[in-house]
Design a protein around this ligand. Structure first.
Ligand code: EPS
Length: 355
């Protein structure tokens, strides 16, 4: 089983993550992790913060002489911006900055303050910030390295990119923000990851939860999920064919590579919709939680659009789910055992089922 949690505030000293369950014997390329972190930092529509940070990974456990031990991997990234906030530290060593009491509509601010009994919204926004996704990308990069050994590759694209870039320009000059849709593609996964046996084993449900957990993601579909709902079954289901070598193939992939909660050997397609970021430079109406009077939302330095970063985070979340499913099916102590099991399985289902 692969487990991942992370910790850290947006303007705290550092971010940390623990990734457990990656098999022993995997060579870890820190430069690849750093290149993934750089991909997440780039993309049209990002704000001034990304000019301050140059995210670099520190591996502080679970890896020895560049190879995994099978023990939990600790991942750390320093926040360079911390230095700019240091003079404003709280007694606990957490960043405080200016007190914020006007909650942003669409953000965790209002409910978070009420739930955790805080009267400074900064106590909420520091953790709910998407800065945290840095660690998801670092953990996802390790999972991608493992998946590469298994012959599985993950990529993504932002849909309607040209149109979004135009919208970002317009939003910037209007003090507004922009959302978007990205698509993740996973190739090389064997048929049979996940299961129909129980609700919590279905791999489409796991992908949906993992991708939906990314800040500001409000809808996730597998394949042509939304469009398929409007069509007849005969227009939707991907017919099954067999070639001269007795190999199964499909002419379409509207199911997005998942049937019955299991991968079916076709590319896995996951799409996610991101709402526009709630921090607007032309702020919306809200209420001051201290005075209980009408006001306008706080104006934090922020991004105009983070869809390009979100796509990279989406890949990382998909990588964690895929790696977990591989380890569940093929074992996760020692890499060579995992790969041998995977190879035997691939051979068996190809020989007996053409899959
Ligand atoms: C974010 C606000 C901005 C973004 C941040 C997410 O940060 P700041 O308040 O420091 O300008 O840059 O994203 C990141 C720091 C990041 O690494 O992605 C927010 O409120 O969610």
């Amino acid at each position: 089983m692969i487990r991942f949690i992370d910790a850290g505030e947006s303007h705290g000293a550092r971010l940390a993550g623990i990734l457990e369950g990656i098999p022993a014997g995997l060579k870890i390329d820190s430069e690849f992790i750093n290149s993934e972190l750089a991909r997440r930092q780039s993309g049209y529509g990002r704000g001034a913060r990304m000019k301050i940070e140059t995210d670099k990974i520190i591996l502080s456990s679970g890896v020895r002489f560049g190879e995994t031990l099978g023990s939990p991997i600790t991942l750390i990234v320093e926040n360079k911006d911390f230095a700019n906030w240091q003079e404003k530290m709280s007694a606990e060593g957490l960043p405080c900055g200016e007190k914020v009491t006007n909650a942003r509509p669409g953000h965790a601010d209002l409910t978070g303050a009420a739930k955790y009994g805080k009267n400074d919204v900064r106590d909420i926004l520091e953790r709910s910030s998407a800065r945290e996704t840095t660690m998801r990308v670092a953990a996802g990069a390790v999972c991608k390295i493992f998946l590469r050994e298994c012959g599985i590759n993950i990529s993504s694209k932002v849909l309607n990119e040209a149109e979004i870039i135009k919208k970002i320009d317009a939003a910037k000059s209007n003090g507004d923000t922009v959302g978007g849709v990205f698509e993740i593609k996973i190739t090389g996964a064997p048929a049979g990851l996940g299961s129909y046996i129980q609700w919590d084993k279905k791999i489409d449900a796991k992908f949906a939860a993992a991708v939906m957990s990314i800040q500001a993601i409000k809808a996730v579909e597998i394949g042509d999920g939304w469009a398929n709902a409007q069509k007849f079954g005969s227009e939707v289901h991907d017919e099954i064919f067999i070639d001269d070598n007795k190999k199964i193939y499909r002419k379409t992939n509207r199911a997005g590579g998942i049937e019955g909660g299991m991968t079916n050997g076709e590319p896995i397609i996951i799409r996610a919709a991101m709402k526009p970021i709630p921090t607007l430079m032309k702020p919306l109406r809200t209420v001051d939680i201290a005075t209980k009077t009408p006001t306008t939302a706080s104006k934090e330095r922020s991004d105009t659009c983070a869809i390009f970063a979100a796509a990279v985070v989406g890949e990382a979340m998909a990588a964690i789910v895929t790696a977990d499913s591989v380890v569940e099916k093929f074992g996760g102590d020692f890499l060579q055992d995992t790969l041998n099991n995977l190879k035997n399985y691939r051979e068996r289902i190809l020989k007996n089922y053409g899959l």
